[in-house]
Design a protein around this ligand. Structure first.
Ligand code: SF4
Length: 312
């Protein structure tokens, strides 16, 4: 079983906070009005083939509102719904949240950290949107707050990154991960399973590469095809190019991936939940809720009597 003091069969994000902060810490999503170099022409046009930021933005996120307004509304929203958290992380989620001059980042992150009960920030970005100056600044913040950077990695195969129009390479991503982690900043990645051109075996093999990198957290997603994306058009023309996961197949696949993943890496997410109204292709998962999917994953780990890192 996991040799990291966990009761669960994988290294879970909420347990990390329970252990280190004594309770639940809730992330508050913020749309701070950033854009993306893969959309504005700096790196590319049109964005990544699967990207539709609207599909994962909570209703309280609106770049017309200030960072602190969004956060206060987010706190209110979560207090009514869940009532469990008393501390929060500002999650700069939409588009590329380091894609601005340092002075602007300083002001925005500072505003977020000034909201009562906010203990840190989590910044989602691209590997080509950080540099030494920005990382040095975040390393300073990290001395007094929880600071994490999440990189949209999506795949460790350059041919896939080209296929999905990411506009950066695996090598750029590894460089950004190492530059971030070497400054003591918590470093996370996103990965998508089911991208066209990758076999299930190739997807699994990525765990080995990840285990060798200084990565603290990982978010796994199954490919979903959102309306208005390049993938939606490609799927309509060539559905056979895509091999979307069925629900039970995906849970079995994640079990196999976790077995190969270092137990030191915190698994923050293993599945995404796009509302059906945003989907161009219904994957036939039956609108099942995330909490139920987590339960099914845990149940499958028990049934297989396996755990994260079992065959690392
Ligand atoms: S997924 Fe991220 S990097 Fe890609 S187009 Fe969307 S915002 Fe830009």
């Amino acid at each position: 079983m996991l040799d990291i003091g966990h009761e669960r069969r994988f290294n879970s994000f909420p347990e990390y906070f329970k252990k280190h902060y004594g309770g639940r810490v809730q992330k508050l999503s913020i749309d701070a009005g950033f854009t993306c170099p893969n959309r504005d022409g700096t790196v590319g046009h049109g964005g990544c083939a699967y990207c539709n930021n609207d599909s994962f933005n909570p209703s309280y996120c609106n770049p017309q509102k200030s960072v602190s307004q969004q956060m206060l509304q987010g706190i209110k929203f979560h207090k009514v719904r869940y009532r469990k958290a008393s501390r929060y992380l500002a999650y700069f989620q939409t588009y590329s949240n380091t894609y601005a001059p340092l002075e602007k980042l300083r002001a925005m992150y500072g505003e977020a950290l000034s909201v009562p009960d906010v203990i840190g920030i989590v910044i989602g970005t691209r590997p080509d949107c950080v540099d030494d100056e920005k990382l040095d600044f975040m390393a300073e913040l990290n001395k007094t707050h929880y600071v994490a950077i999440e990189y949209g990695m999506e795949s460790f195969y350059n041919r896939t990154l080209e296929r999905i129009n990411r506009g950066h390479t695996v090598e750029q991503c590894i460089q950004a991960i190492e530059a971030t982690a070497s400054r003591g900043i918590r470093t996370g990645i996103h990965l998508i399973f089911g991208l066209p051109g990758e076999t299930r075996r190739e997807m699994l093999d990525q765990a080995e590469i990840i285990n060798r990198l200084p990565i603290n957290t990982i978010k796994l997603h199954q490919l979903q095809i959102a309306k208005g994306t390049a993938f939606a058009g490609q799927y309509a023309e060539n559905p056979e190019e895509f091999n979307l996961f069925g629900r039970d197949e995906y849970i079995d696949f994640v079990v196999q991936f976790l077995e190969r993943l270092s137990p030191k890496i915190i698994v923050e997410r293993f599945v995404n939940e796009m509302p059906l109204r945003y989907m161009a292709v219904d994957p036939g998962w039956g609108g099942i809720r995330i909490s139920e999917l987590w339960r099914l994953l845990e149940q499958r780990l028990v049934e297989c009597d396996t755990w994260q890192g079992r065959i690392v």
